[in-house]
Design a protein around this ligand. Structure first.
Ligand code: GLU
Length: 376
């Protein structure tokens, strides 16, 4: 086991470390001792040549504590206000802790809509790589003050997964308040064991992840496993590990048998296709016939108008759409070369007829292969 870990992690240099609220907060708000312990380790790893980006929670928990609120926050505006209060303090704590090692930090606050725009996505990548070049640690959180519903990541597990994609990281370590992913719910079963290695995210693995959250965190184990699916699809190994344990980062990076390692998928998607598959929200559906399904899913082909038998939703050129089979099973997601109204007119036809029907033809394909991520 340890050998698989060692060989998987041997060339790791760029590491995303996600630190959950349940790790960072104690009864008195932020747990400064744990933060210092983790920062000491990160500083040491940085000095050894690792390039580290931190994704941190803890703003809401810290703000709540500052306001003397003990129960759960009732409304979204209350959570947003608490985050606005807590984020500054969270950053100051990180900045002081890294400062002791002569390392500067940079605050980055993001929403989902920052990532769905390809230009902004690339801008974030450039900023992060410059910070890394300068030896500055980026400390990233969701911009809770502005993020609601459509533009919200939902939890920092998802945000960290997206950052792993943006930076093309070699490893994502998700530090939590548990030992890792258990085979059964440890709260209900005494003989629950930590699963050390996950080679494939099967239904059993998904069932093992309970949605129960701690009182301070947001995602729970379920969202950590959903994030694992994304990260491993990017070709990046993913480890869920106990964040309060002293020396945990060194142990994990050295390939010690700690927490749960999810192996990367051998056939992974390119960064751009991951962006299409996991970042963009679909604006409509194209129902495709069996011939098109085989062409796309088995032969790596583009989607032509001839294979489309139905269009749902109102979308424009360039919008992300989902390709589904006749039973509604989702097969692929991609960027449409034609809007929904145009596709209504050309579906079922040969590409050579596009110009005759629409009066123009910019592309033969409705979705080009390069802009499509296949799921099945
Ligand atoms: N962004 C939230 C915070 O900093 C936490 C989200 C999460 O725990 O996933 O408080």
């Amino acid at each position: 086991m340890t050998n698989i870990r060692k060989s998987t992690l041997q060339h790791v240099k760029k590491v995303i470390i996600k630190i959950g609220s349940a790790v960072l907060t104690g009864e008195d708000g932020l747990d400064l001792q744990i933060i210092e312990q983790l920062v000491d380790e990160i500083a040491e790893l940085t000095k050894q040549g690792y390039q580290i980006v931190v994704v941190t929670s803890g703003a809401i928990a810290s703000g709540k504590h500052r306001m003397g609120i003990s129960g759960p926050l009732k409304s979204m505006p209350q959570k947003q206000a608490a985050a606005a209060i807590g984020q500054g303090r969270l950053m100051r704590v990180y900045s002081n802790a890294f400062g002791k090692h002569g390392i500067y930090t940079a605050q980055i606050l993001l929403t989902m809509s920052d990532l769905t725009d390809r230009k902004r996505f690339l801008n974030i990548r450039n900023t992060l790589s410059t910070l890394t070049e300068w030896g500055v640690i980026a400390v990233i959180n969701e911009n809770d003050t502005v993020a609601v519903d459509e533009i919200k990541f939902g939890d920092n597990d998802h945000l960290a997964a997206m950052i792993a994609n943006i930076t093309e990281a070699h490893l994502l370590i998700n530090l939590t308040s548990t030992e890792g992913l258990y085979d059964k719910n440890p709260a209900l079963s005494k003989n629950a064991k930590v699963i050390s290695l996950v080679t494939e995210i099967t239904e059993e693995i998904e069932e093992a992840a309970t949605a129960d959250t701690t009182s301070v965190g947001m995602g729970g184990m379920k969202s950590k496993v959903i994030a694992a699916r994304k990260v491993t699809a990017f070709g990046i190994p993913y480890i869920i590990a106990p964040g309060k344990e002293k020396g945990i980062l060194h142990a994990v990076i050295a390939g010690k048998d700690k927490g749960t390692l999810f192996l990367p998928m051998s056939e992974h998607l390119t960064s751009r296709k991951c962006w299409i598959a996991f970042t963009l929200r679909s604006r409509g559906k194209l129902i495709i016939d069996e011939g098109a399904r085989t062409a796309i899913c088995e032969h790596g082909k583009s989607l032509l108008p001839s294979g489309i038998i139905g269009v749902e939703g109102n979308f424009d050129v360039g919008d992300p759409v989902t390709c589904v089979d006749q039973n509604g099973l989702s097969l692929a997601k991609g960027l449409a070369n034609y809007g929904s109204q145009e596709i209504q007119k050309i579906m079922g036809l040969k590409s050579s007829k596009i110009e005759q029907v629409l009066g123009h033809k910019d592309y033969d394909e409705v979705i080009h292969r390069d802009n499509m991520a296949v799921e099945k």
